[in-house]
Ligand binder design. Sequence first.
Ligand code: DQA
Length: 151
Amino acid sequence: MTKKIKKIQVVNGPNLNMLGKREPEIYGSLTLDQINADLAQQAMLLGLDLRFFQSNHEGAIVDKIHEIFDDKIDGIIINPGAFTHTSIALRDAMAFMSCPIVEIHLSNIYKREAFRHKSMLADIVTGQIAGFGHYGYQMALNAIANMINES
Ligand code: DQA
């Protein structure tokens, strides 16, 4: 029997398109394109179909979540940016996904301002990775690949 290639969606929220230029002392010097290129390479080695999406607009991200729900995605890596702390709409959209979801943050949000300590998604995602810079995305992809392989 041929094995179906698993589809993983990476979603990045507002201001993450400015990585590399945006507060590099907090978020690092790699651009989002560079992070995605490394991830694409890793996905190829893992035999995964990895897709990328970034938007600065809350509704566009919710629409994307609906689209990948209909497309029966196998895993999600999401850095919701500032929507992490504010978006009930994004939380509601993610709440009915049944695949593994990793919430990732480049910075350790718990070491920063109090308003960043609360994540609207924390209790509906599979797990969170925060504070490892761009390595967090690679850690998330590995975790999802392992979980999918086991299931
Ligand atoms: C972030 C942390 C958020 O608090 C912030 O609004 C971001 C990026 C991170 O990756 O560390 O935009 O999600």
